[in-house]
Ligand binder design. Structure first.
Ligand code: GLU
Length: 315
């Protein structure tokens, strides 16, 4: 799919990069609309990437693209299948390893959790257990378990500037580059593929904000430009938890079956973005998009009581 709009002054691009693990729900669709409208309203290209190096459900990627098109989003070029880039991902890890910037890690998930829960550990931060293993210890451990490969990070935190969240400080640990099945990690692939696709504006759910300092650090280490970050507050259910499939009719197909077509869903998304009037199409969103009125809080919805108005409210 192509667009007649000109490239941004710097030839940059925004993107949407779903994992094909299932159908997109209302929260995913809202993030995609925001990524699209921010790219288009700043004269950028908009590209898609199917992040199929992890959980893949057969048929999901195709349905995700159909749903984005059904909402009227368009994109430039063919969507990139992340798995086709594995050789490049591995080549970069090879270069980091040759520079002494990686090490093998034999820890199980449980061991990492236990270490992170120890008095000086921090949740979600790898404490460096395998950083200084001797060669003898490594060959002994390799017999029990294939290693993952981690970055030997020379910083422990970094502050990134988020377009909506402001300055965000976060941990940079020795994160995984190659998993112990030999495949590239999300953190590695996302940085390399954004650069490969010319992405200079990353709009995504704010559940990924804690990963952003790691990604900014890796980009800097590899001499890649750091994109602009814009993290979108998530959509929450009435219990204040992330909206999920079990919350009711939340995908376009489920909503259509309940009598709510794409134009109506776009209207709900428009209301949640505090856009004036009643939008029905992506072009309507682009025409009235106003970044200054965007809510900075999560959108609360109750899919068990869709009424044609968003049952949730922005508060
Ligand atoms: N593939 C990730 C997801 O669907 C998003 C990655 C990103 O936007 O950086 O959650």
């Amino acid at each position: 799919m192509t667009t007649s709009r000109s490239r941004g002054a710097r030839g940059g691009a925004g993107r949407y990069a779903p994992s094909p693990s299932g159908d997109l729900h209302l929260g995913n669709l809202r993030t995609a609309v925001l990524a699209w409208v921010l790219a288009r309203s700043t004269d950028r290209r908009f590209v898609l990437r199917i992040e199929d190096i992890d959980r893949v459900r057969p048929g999901a990627a195709g349905r995700q693209l159909e749903d984005l098109a059904r909402l009227g989003l368009d994109w430039d070029g063919e969507p990139l299948l992340q798995s086709t880039r594995e050789a490049e991902h591995r080549a970069v890890v090879g270069r980091l390893t040759a520079a002494g910037l990686t090490y093998e890690c034999y820890c199980t998930r449980r061991e990492i959790q236990a270490a992170a829960g120890a008095p000086h550990g921090a949740p979600g931060v790898y404490p460096g257990t395998c950083r200084e293993l001797s060669a003898a210890e490594r060959s002994r451990r390799r017999r029990d378990r294939p290693p993952a490969l981690r970055l030997r990070a020379d910083v422990s935190s970094l502050t990134v500037a988020d377009r909506w969240a402001g300055a965000v400080a976060g941990a940079v640990d020795d994160f995984v580059l190659l998993r112990n099945d030999g495949r590239p990690s999300y953190q590695l692939a996302v940085v390399l593929d954004d650069a490969h696709q010319g992405v200079d504006q990353v709009v995504r759910g704010d559940d990924l904000l804690p990963s952003t300092p790691r990604q900014a650090h890796l980009a800097g280490l590899l001499g890649l430009p750091e994109p602009e970050w814009a993290h979108v507050p998530l959509v929450l259910n009435p219990e204040g938890k992330r909206l999920a499939k079990r919350d009711g009719a939340v995908t376009l197909a489920e909503l259509a079956a309940a009598g709510h077509g794409p134009a109506e869903v776009m209207g709900w998304i428009g209301l949640s973005l505090r856009l004036p009037g009643r939008v029905r199409t992506a072009q309507d969103v682009l025409a009235v998009f106003d970044e200054d009125v965007l809510p900075r809080e999560p959108w609360l919805v109750d899919p068990s009581r869709w009424t044609g108005q968003p049952a949730g409210r922005t508060s």
